[in-house]
Design a protein around this ligand. Structure first.
Ligand SMILES: Cc1ncc(COP(=O)(O)O)c(C=O)c1O
Length: 390
């Protein structure tokens, strides 16, 4: 107790666990879009509604009384639906009892997987550019992030460089296909190369597959579809991405029972269990696979609209094999660096985008920015009209 009358209340501020972390570029660009009235193609979320029958299913679950704690690993019905979905899609049967857990979104699943397997000083390989939660998650787990670049220009995995980064301290490797931000999709051959590279090691894979139903030109190749990878992988999915409900923050993770047992030890004292009515609503809704089987065609049409609109502009289109992102090279439009270009684009031309440099540890600037095309046709047309004038 503080008995000295001269000492008022004070807030002790311990050294930051994440000293390098500030406000994310997504928050900055969304705020700028709101301030300037720019069309927001920055942050990755749909501006259209989800299927009303999904809302009905969740509301029905609430009315039916599914409002108390779900089992720690998730509602049994949803785990059973996920087991069937994954088996139908990728040919592997995960046991709902011991190998599937429902999470509060993919971000939580990835952090929990890291906390479950990474010990102080362990190395975790990420492939730059990468989603911004990975490296802080590794730091919180006490690990050391080892950033290996994807091949500049093509964003393909460079197995020579990944092999060179493997050490006896490498605990895990995070991969993400379809890939945010580059919109590449790993080929079957690349998955096989990863499997072969890791075969003699004890490296755990965290496979972030939140865009699994947005692969346009070839099927998505899940780590769960390869015996050698599935045996060492946490495979992470997001209902938010797949069903146009990013704000629901609900996802799932599958892994062999031995890995999942460690995952659940962390999950039960962090989240314990995810909200119940949404799990029941999702289970009911997902009995019909049509919504996610139709997703590639749905987003392919948006991709075509957006790419056709940009084709006549001075922005140079990069390939878009998957996700709902389109990257463009800005060098024919402006001499600005990526971050300054995005500020200029929002303020002067009314469209918000994200600089790719935000996804690199060293802020590498290759004059490429990312647009999100998960938007209504009217939104995309409003943005295109502005972008065509650049
Ligand atoms: C690659 C990647 N992983 C994970 C997430 C987060 O998913 P969730 O909202 O389910 O946490 C995102 C969201 O943008 C993402 O792009």
């Amino acid at each position: 107790m503080n008995s000295d009358p001269d000492l008022g209340p004070r807030t002790p501020v311990p050294p930051s666990r994440l000293p390098a972390v500030g406000t994310t570029i997504f928050t900055v660009m969304s705020a700028l879009a709101a301030e300037t009235g720019a069309v927001n193609l920055g942050q990755g979320f749909p501006d259209f509604a989800c299927d009303p029958s999904l809302l009905d299913a969740v509301a029905g679950a609430m009315r039916a009384g599914a409002n108390q704690y779900a089992p720690m690993a998730g509602a049994v019905v949803l785990r059973e639906v996920m087991a069937a979905k994954i088996e139908a899609g990728y040919g592997r049967r995960y046991d709902p009892g011991s190998e599937i857990t429902i999470t509060a979104g993919a971000t939580q699943a990835i952090l929990t997987a890291l906390l479950a397997v990474v010990h102080a000083g362990d190395e975790v390989i990420v492939l730059d550019p990468c989603y911004d939660s990975y490296v802080p998650g590794i730091a919180l787990a006490g690990g050391v992030a080892v950033r290996v670049p994807l091949v500049p220009g093509s964003f393909r995995p460079d197995f020579g460089r990944i092999a060179a980064a493997l050490t006896p301290r490498t605990r895990a490797l995070i991969v993400n296909s379809p890939h945010n931000p580059s919109a590449t999709v790993w080929t079957r051959d690349e998955m096989l190369q990863l499997q072969a590279l890791l075969a003699p090691t004890d490296v755990v894979v965290i496979s972030d597959e939140v865009y699994e139903h947005m692969a346009f030109d070839q099927p998505h190749h899940s780590a769960s579809g390869f015996d050698g990878l599935a045996a060492r992988s946490f495979v992470v999915s997001s209902f938010g991405k797949t069903l146009h409900v990013t704000g629901w923050k609900i996802g799932s993770v599958v892994a062999p029972a031995a890995l999942m047992a460690e995952f659940r030890k962390v999950h039960q004292f962090n989240v314990f269990s995810v909200n119940t009515p949404m799990q029941h609503g999702l289970a009911e809704y997902l009995r019909d696979p049509a919504p996610y089987l139709n997703l590639p065609a749905f987003y392919r049409a948006k991709r075509e609209l957006f790419r056709a609109g940009l084709a006549g502009s001075r922005l140079r289109l990069l390939p878009c094999e998957g996700t709902y992102f389109q990257c463009v090279d800005i060098s024919d439009v402006s001499d600005l660096g990526e971050a300054d270009f995005c500020q200029w684009l929002a303020r002067r031309h009314g469209v918000a985008a994200i600089p790719l440099s935000a996804f690199y540890g060293d802020g590498f600037d290759q004059r490429v920015v990312r647009f999100c095309f998960a938007k209504e046709t009217a939104t995309l047309e409003a943005a295109l009209e502005r972008l065509q004038r650049l």
